[in-house]
Design a protein around this ligand. Structure first.
Ligand code: PHE
Ligand code: ZN
Length: 853
């Protein structure tokens, strides 16, 4: 790999030109597409001479400047640019070029997903469609005409509202769309295909009528209902909670199977990975339904936080993403269980973001440099970004936060702005100084908070010390400013005191007057994204008595971690933990919450605490503890299972989902016993249950403890669903996550399965991605897991660099590995960077992991 250029935030310069309007004509054919791009351009910097347009892999046909055809002396085709020489202050530019959507396997720009033409332009895809000033702070009004075969592509869509439809004689037809809102090119979209549709409407709070459409491959229409319901819920919620109304007559969503990410908020024409649209009880799990609700909301909320107000440059990505994730998290919390949602969000943050933040690819939520921005759609920018917004919300309180977002929308509507502008609005309307708080935007790594307690003569002193990790380059970082929700409890669990402390110093004492020694409940609701380190603990007590459900969960997790770590040191199982676990089993609690309390700590959670990561002892300890708990509580677990197992119930209300989650948690724990009875129970659940939720749990258990039964049910499952690629994702991922010997060989063979296709990112993530998260086999001591995944990265990089760099994420743990694994992994990673044609996407991730540049 030759040297890759790094781009720095500090080098940001305003664009020398801007585009007022962009009129596009797309003529879509089976071999290629022809694009005619008419731009009205204005020179902003009067000293500039040449117009530099971004242009990647485009075949230029003709250029006209103010209607005069330019000869080749007037422009230069550079590597990733088109330079038009010596242009005036204001002019009309027409560019005609050819592209090959059918050959586009990167899935950026205009491409084909099955028989559907669609686009993906964030962040830098538009330059693969037509030469343009492809940056988010250049905002133009777009008009789009599509022309295509009438039979193959009856549906023609673009942003905004439809202006006209027309028929041509030669079996072709066309449509023109106009979007009145100026927008950056990354929000441009088009779709052409033979699609099924469901439609509905929403009346906004000021009485405007918006028609809603969800398009999908024909035959899948009935699977779009949940998405439609979620869309209407989102529209209502954004009016109620943020006062934000929809601003077009039309809202279109199109589901496609080949998509690099979850979904995309293109103005008025969202394009979705079909995994986040299509669902019915027969083919989707409860988790899928919840994910659809939140991704639909996420993209809808972007209409204000992202589209109306967009980013000045890509370093500001968290401006729209962190804020929009925070908004979708609150939405899902409001519509479902607040407590459960918060715990799930924190769990996801720790599993992915904490790992990233502790690795050499750690970066601030606002990075200051990148090789390719595609690599920065990360858990840090999104999920930690959302935690940062949540802290602002906590610091301001609901009312002031709403005033501050109103001010933000008022002040910056239709502009491309920075995170600093957002913070200005928060600080101004919130009446607080956020200067020190800004460090959350510029520093990386997860801070630790060391908690020391002292009790003497009616006085309780809490000493809180921030331990701030160094940045990746070794430079020192400074203490943070954050809200810390806490309470002091008496020995019956009653709150003596409950407040939100504001932490700003490196170390500080907080003194409370109290006559009896209190029990501390700290970082309630996970008010700050930190790691709390406590010398003293009261896990069992807090698990039982804390009113704050997050702290109850946290205490159960920490107690589980302590118990497993003792096991790993060769000590016996702590019976106090077993007792506390039994107490939860016997308690009357919301069932989904109870299922979370009963979850043992993940392997990832334990591995992050190891000085030098070694998986075997973790797996051993986990297995031991599971067996012990399953044996100790066999009857109780079976009783809960039987009470809540309702094979013919497919309702999606909180109660039914809670029943499924608790009884599946119990069944999973019982499976540690590997008894005939449990095998039978799982087998019966597979055969009798009508929900996908129940079936995948049963399949998973059988796969891991009963290979013979598994074979039968898997064959049955495969036959039934082999044509449903969303279900096949579950199938591949289940097999690749298996803990049974020989998984690598089976994964390798599954690549030849008829249902598998390396061009479809969902399938690659399900098979190869799941295998790379199957620590036991990915990190197998001979290094064969590493070799397999590296071979795949090198292959897939040639098809789709974004997909390949996503797979490279599995290696982020490198630095922390034990020396044996580390050596094996390094050898494989060196193979990646020495690959001459490796993409900058993969190069950036791998070179940072093994620290070469
Ligand atoms: N902006 C999209 C979202 O967060 C994510 C995305 C990024 C999709 C890049 C495709 C490509 O909703
Ligand atoms: Zn987003």
């Amino acid at each position: 790999m030759s040297k890759v250029e790094t781009i720095y935030l500090k080098d940001y310069k305003k664009s020398e030109f801007t585009v007022k309007t962009c009129d596009l004509v797309f003529e879509l054919f089976e071999e290629y597409a022809q694009v005619t791009n008419l731009m009205h351009i204005i020179k902003v910097d009067k000293n500039s001479k040449d117009l530099l347009l971004n242009s990647v892999d485009l075949e230029l046909i003709e250029i006209y400047l103010d209607d005069v055809k330019l000869n080749e002396s007037r422009y230069i085709i550079e590597k990733e640019h088109l330079r038009v020489l010596d242009v005036g202050d204001e002019f009309k530019l027409i560019i005609i070029n050819k592209i090959y959507p059918q050959l586009n396997s990167e899935l950026e720009g205009l491409y084909k997903s099955g028989s559907i033409f669609c686009t993906q332009n964030e962040p830098e895809g538009f330059r693969r469609i037509t030469p343009y000033i492809d940056r988010p702070d250049v905002m133009a009004v777009f008009r789009t005409t599509l022309v295509a075969d009438r039979e193959r592509y009856p549906i023609l869509l673009s942003n905004g509202n439809r202006e006209t439809n027309f028929k041509l004689d030669d079996k072709r037809h066309g449509a023109t769309w106009f979007d009145p809102h100026p927008k950056p090119s990354y929000l441009f979209a088009l779709v052409a295909g033979d699609l099924g549709v469901i439609q509905d409407k929403f009346v906004t709070k000021s009485g405007k009528y918006a028609r809603l459409y969800i398009y999908t491959d024909k035959g899948n229409e009935s699977k779009c209902k949940h998405a439609m319901k979620s869309l209407k819920e989102s529209m209502k919620w954004d009016e109620d909670v943020y006062g934000r109304e929809y601003d077009l007559d039309l809202y279109n969503i199109v589901a496609v199977d080949s998509f690099n990410m979850g979904a995309m908020e293109n103005k008025g024409l969202n394009i979705f990975n079909s995994a986040y649209v299509l669902a019915d009880e027969d083919s989707a799990t409860d988790g899928n339904f919840m994910a659809i609700q939140s991704v639909i909301a996420h993209e809808y909320f972007h209409n204000w936080t992202g589209n109306r107000i967009t980013c000045r440059d890509w370093f500001q990505l968290t401006l729209k993403e962190g804020l929009t994730v925070f908004r979708d998290q609150c939405f899902s919390a409001d519509l479902n269980s607040k407590e459960v949602k918060r715990i799930e969000d924190v769990r996801a943050l720790r599993e992915r973001q904490f790992v990233e933040d502790g690795s050499p690819t750690a970066h601030p939520i606002q990075p200051d440099s990148y090789m390719t921005i595609n690599n920065f759609y990360t858990a840090t920018v999104y999920e930690k970004g959302a935690e940062v917004i949540r802290m602002i919300y906590t610091l301001l309180g609901e009312e002031k936060y709403r005033k501050a977002t109103d001010l933000y929308f008022e002040t910056f509507d239709s502009q491309a702005v920075r995170t600093d502008d957002f913070l200005w609005a928060m600080s101004k309307a919130g009446g607080i100084d956020l200067k020190q708080f800004e460090r959350w935007y510029h520093q990386s790594g997860t801070p630790k908070l060391q908690v020391d307690e002292k009790f003497e003569e009616g006085k309780y002193t809490l000493t809180l010390t921030q331990i701030i990790p160094n940045a990746v380059d070794g430079s020192e970082q400074k203490p943070y400013y954050f809200p810390l929700k806490m309470a002091l409890l008496d020995d019956s669990g009653k709150e003596i005191e409950a407040k939100t402390l504001t932490i700003s110093k490196e170390s500080e004492d907080f003194v409370f007057k109290t006559n009896l020694k209190p029990i501390l409940s700290i970082n309630r609701d996970f008010s700050a994204p930190i790691i709390v380190e406590q010398a003293e603990n009261n896990y069992a007590f807090l698990m039982k008595h804390d009113k704050n459900s997050f702290v109850r969960y946290e205490s159960a997790q920490s107690f589980g971690v302590a118990t497993m770590e003792a096991l790993m040191r060769g000590e016996a199982i702590d019976e106090a933990f077993v007792k506390a676990y039994g107490h939860i089993l016997g308690s009357e609690l919301d069932l989904s919450f109870k299922a979370l309390l009963l979850e043992l700590p993940s392997v990832t959670a334990l591995m992050q605490r190891q000085e030098e990561v070694d998986f075997e002892p973790i797996y051993e300890a986990k297995e031991k503890l599971e067996k012990h708990l399953a044996a100790a509580f066999e009857d109780k677990l079976l009783e809960i299972y039987t009470q809540n197992h309702k094979p013919l119930c497919k309702e999606l209300d909180a109660k039914s989902m809670g029943e499924r989650s608790i009884k599946n948690r119990c069944l999973k724990l019982l499976s540690a016993l590997k008894s005939d009875k449990i095998i039978e129970t799982a087998n019966a659940q597979y055969n009798d249950s009508i929900t996908m939720t129940d079936r995948v749990v049963a399949l998973d258990i059988l796969e891991n403890i009963a290979p013979l039964h598994a074979k039968v049910s898997q064959e049955h499952f495969y036959k039934r669903y082999k044509n449903d690629t969303l279900v096949m994702n579950k199938y591949f991922s289940l097999l690749a996550s298996s803990q049974r010997e020989g998984v690598l060989e089976r994964v390798a063979a599954l690549q030849n399965d008829d249902a598998y296709n390396e061009l479809v990112p969902n399938l690659v993530r399900s098979l190869i991605g799941s295998f790379s998260r199957n620590y036991k086999y990915f990190h197998a001591k001979e290094g064969l897991g590493y070799k397999f995944v590296v071979d795949k990265i090198i292959d897939i990089d040639k098809i789709n660099p974004q997909m390949a760099s996503g797979l490279a994420g599995a290696f982020k743990i490198y630095e922390k590995l034990n020396s044996v694994n580390k050596k094996l992994m390094r050898a494989e990673l060196e193979r990646v960077v020495s690959e001459p044609s490796i993409s900058k996407n993969v190069y950036e991730i791998v070179s940072k992991i093994i620290k070469i540049s």
